[in-house]
Design a protein around this ligand. Structure first.
Ligand code: GLU
Length: 438
């Protein structure tokens, strides 16, 4: 049997990460088994499923590198087929017409559920049972002639030859109805794997109120497609060997539905950013430089490649997304860097510190060499002379030369900035923020 999976989203103009996670699991499963990954656009809601919404969906999939293996099926084009099958179900005695309106105007078609328990073995959730007494007949074609979701969904899965249905566990309840429809139509019931919900830190379904929730938002934030793919793949699945950062190939090789957990998966932005940093580090160096450079240029900064490289060496892995590059490194390339005034008050205006800073600035200006080790030795000596902890001068220097109290190792950073800039910046900061400069 050739595995055939499908992603069956209802386009709304935004692609929620929960939906994309379902797409990713379907894609990985199909690839792992050398099968086919299909797309069905469930665009029967005319108001929401606009051409624009469909385009957004296809773009998000292409961005994540998940092109379907066959042309997408558009559910809206299958209305006639859906109605025809509903008629067949009536003819076979599995459905009947019913007048639900008191006016007698509209007849709908109602599917008759079997009078026996429905049982299925979900690959993730195990055996699931619904007792005959709890099964209710349901409408499959409304009185205005439109087929309902259940009918369209099942018929199209039959038409597409889907063998495995991997989707969110909000569909578990629907599955009992779907199985009854597959059976009534004499079709093979696919295997089901219902994925755990994605939740926020409070264990509630993750929504746009919790932060970025749509694929486009992560793209705009500068997250790499490979990192988002990798991160979403781990929302509910793990390879079992402790690996987290993986290439597509590694995920395809390791992916099994048996290793999908049934308990909710927590979305954690910090972890996604960490993962993005890991994927960034693994990019070919030219591509990495280009990513950082593009952000700098967007912010009006144009260092040479060599300057950028030196700065990145010092920054180590502190920049987790390309779009943070300018924000975190502006002071390396621009004399007009912003000052965090709280840091100025706390670090630079600390009693006794400005005077020592000024002295330190003079000694650095005259230092025999301007390398990290020499700078550190001089700072420690200068601090020790008046029995002050070196940290006072370390913090104050950082604020003076970078405007902020966070950043890479101070002495390596000073070395990259160079003697002239460090000396000038210390003098300028003292003049501007303390007045005089001791
Ligand atoms: N359009 C439905 C959804 O997005 C389809 C679910 C499915 O069967 O995969 O929830």
């Amino acid at each position: 049997m050739t595995v055939r999976t499908r992603f069956a989203p209802s386009p709304t103009g935004h692609v929620h990460i929960g939906n994309m996670r379902a797409a990713i699991f379907n894609w990985l499963f199909a690839r792992h088994h050398g099968g086919r990954f299909l797309l069905r656009v469930e665009d029967t809601d005319r108001e929401r499923s606009t051409p624009e919404a469909c385009r957004t969906l296809l773009e998000a999939m292409a961005w994540l590198g998940m092109e379907p293996d066959e042309p997408p099926m558009y559910q809206s084009s299958r209305r006639q087929a859906h109605r025809a099958v509903a008629e067949r179900l009536v003819a076979m005695g599995h459905a009947h017409r019913e007048d639900k309106g008191s006016t007698g105007r509209g007849e709908c078609i109602v599917f008759s559920m079997p009078r026996e328990d429905i049982v299925f073995d979900d690959v993730v959730k195990g055996r699931l049972v619904k007792a005959a007494a709890d099964l209710q007949d349901f409408v499959i074609v409304r009185s205005d002639g439109t087929p309902v979701f259940h009918l369209a969904n099942v018929l199209d899965d039959i038409e597409m030859g889907v063998t495995h249905i991997i989707r969110g566990d909000d569909h578990v309840e629907n599955t009992f109805r779907h199985i009854a429809l597959f059976r009534a139509l004499g079709a093979q019931v696919p295997r089901y794997a219902h994925l755990p919900m994605i939740v926020n830190a409070q264990g509630k379904p993750y929504s746009k109120r919790d932060g970025d929730a749509y694929v486009g938002q992560f793209r705009d934030r500068g997250i790499l497609p490979d990192a988002l793919f990798n991160y979403l793949a781990l929302l509910g699945w793990s390879p079992g060997d402790g690996r987290e950062v993986m290439t597509r190939e590694e995920m395809v090789e390791r992916f099994t539905l048996e290793r999908v957990q049934s308990s909710p998966a927590q979305f954690d932005l910090t972890k996604l950013l960490w993962m993005n940093g890991e994927h960034m580090r693994r990019l070919p160096v030219e591509q990495r430089l280009a990513g950082h450079m593009a952000d700098l240029e967007r912010h009006g900064l144009r260092p040479s490649k060599g300057e950028l490289r030196r700065v990145l060496d010092v920054m180590q892995d502190r920049i987790k997304v390309f779009s943070d590059t300018a924000g975190q490194t502006r002071y390396f390339f621009d004399e007009d860097y912003p000052f965090d005034e709280a840091a100025v008050r706390k670090r630079l205006r600390k009693p006794g510190v400005p005077e020592r800073m000024a002295e330190l600035g003079r000694r650095w200006a005259a230092a025999p060499a301007f390398d990290a080790a020499t700078l550190e030795r001089i700072l420690k000596e200068t601090a020790a002379e008046d029995g002050r902890p070196p940290a006072d001068l370390i913090h104050a220097t950082r604020v003076a030369v970078s405007g902020t109290s966070a950043g890479p190792g101070l002495f390596a950073m000073l070395e990259v900035l160079g003697r002239e800039r460090v000396t000038a910046r210390i003098e300028r900061a003292l003049r501007r923020w303390v007045g005089g400069g001791g």
